[in-house]
Ligand binder design. Structure first.
Ligand code: ZN
Length: 323
């Protein structure tokens, strides 16, 4: 598997299959960015292929699956964050029909925590009398939001990273994806060590534009450029960059509080100034509030440049920088 931390979960699945413990309902849970869907894709591919235990890629089942429309696989997605009972009733129908060309009827409910009560109760009935060749997969980022009665009737697969695997992530981002060590570590830190989110951040060059944002802030604070021109430039950044800015200051605060070595990854000169200040926590809270204020008004009629200007003036005062 491309995502090395999923191998342990796949091995666990394979050994259950080898020992004839094929489950009828499985919850695949875990935080966003851990590769739950990738794991499921591999499991489905192996279940459907009739030529090999893994995935031959050549047989009819493999070809249909690769094209994304295998007749024995049904995917349910929430509509407007809701999975209604009607959809689950259709699923019951699907399960009772005989498989077209594979050995199973497989249903996948994505973001299963979006089922309303009626839908969840209807699903419970399916789980109480599972169809003999049916296998159900529920995917969720928030397993605790599923009904306990549903959870207890499913095999649980919690996708997670061990401490050791976390340590290998930076190398994985460097070696497999050609990133610099500094950026790899920063991206992991920003994304709470969720590897696929970190990868996306690097692929989209979000760190580069974020650094520009910090430069702007820094230069306005130390008088390198005027508050007005810095504010003008800052208006060009999107909401996601502002969110990142907020996360950044929280990380600086957290690292300082826990005396973590991660603080060494956050090397921007702005961070160095904040770090040296005797009022470091006060400043971080203040800046976070100011950034929040800007964010709340980003998509409103309020003139964001004026708002950003006043944010910069306040930050400048807090840091008390003189040229
Ligand atoms: Zn095959």
């Amino acid at each position: 598997m491309e995502y090395f931390w999923l191998k342990k979960h796949l091995d666990q699945w394979r050994s259950a299959i080898e020992n004839n413990h094929k489950p009828q309902a499985v919850i695949i849970s875990g935080a966003v960015g851990l590769g739950k869907r990738a794991l499921l894709q591999q499991i489905l591919a192996e279940l459907l292929c009739r030529q090999s235990d893994t995935f031959c890629g050549q047989c009819q089942n493999c070809l249909l699956f690769n094209q994304g429309h295998h007749p024995d696989v049904s995917h349910i997605e929430p509509e407007n964050n809701l999975i209604k009972v009607k959809v689950i009733r259709e699923l019951t129908q699907f399960f009772t029909s005989t498989p077209h060309c594979s050995d199973h009827k497989i249903a996948v409910i994505n973001q299963a925590d979006n089922m309303n009560t009626a839908a969840a109760n209807s699903l419970l009935k399916v789980l109480e009398e599972p169809p003999s060749r049916g296998i159900l997969f529920l995917l969720t980022d928030v397993k605790h939001q599923l009904m306990p009665t549903i959870r207890s009737r499913c095999i649980n697969m919690d996708v997670r990273l061990s401490q050791n695997e976390k340590k290998q992530l930076a190398n994985w981002l460097i070696e497999a994806h050609g990133n610099s060590a500094e950026n790899a570590e920063k991206a992991l830190l920003f994304n709470d060590f969720q590897p696929l989110l970190a990868m996306k951040m690097l692929q989209e060059n979000q760190l580069t534009s974020f650094d520009e944002m910090l430069d702007c802030l820094y230069q306005a604070a130390n008088g390198g450029i005027s508050v007005t021109s810095s504010a003008k430039k800052l208006t060009e950044f999107e909401e996601s960059s502002w969110e990142l800015l907020q996360r950044y200051f929280m990380l600086v605060g957290k690292a300082r509080m826990q005396q973590e070595s991660t603080i060494n990854t956050l090397t921007h000169p702005l961070n160095q100034i904040i770090k040296k200040s005797p009022k470091v926590f006060h400043i971080i809270i203040k800046i976070t509030e100011l950034v929040q204020g800007v964010m709340l008004n980003l998509n409103t009629q309020v003139k964001s440049q004026l708002l950003i200007e006043s944010m910069l003036v306040e930050i400048k005062n807090e840091l008390n920088l003189r040229r």
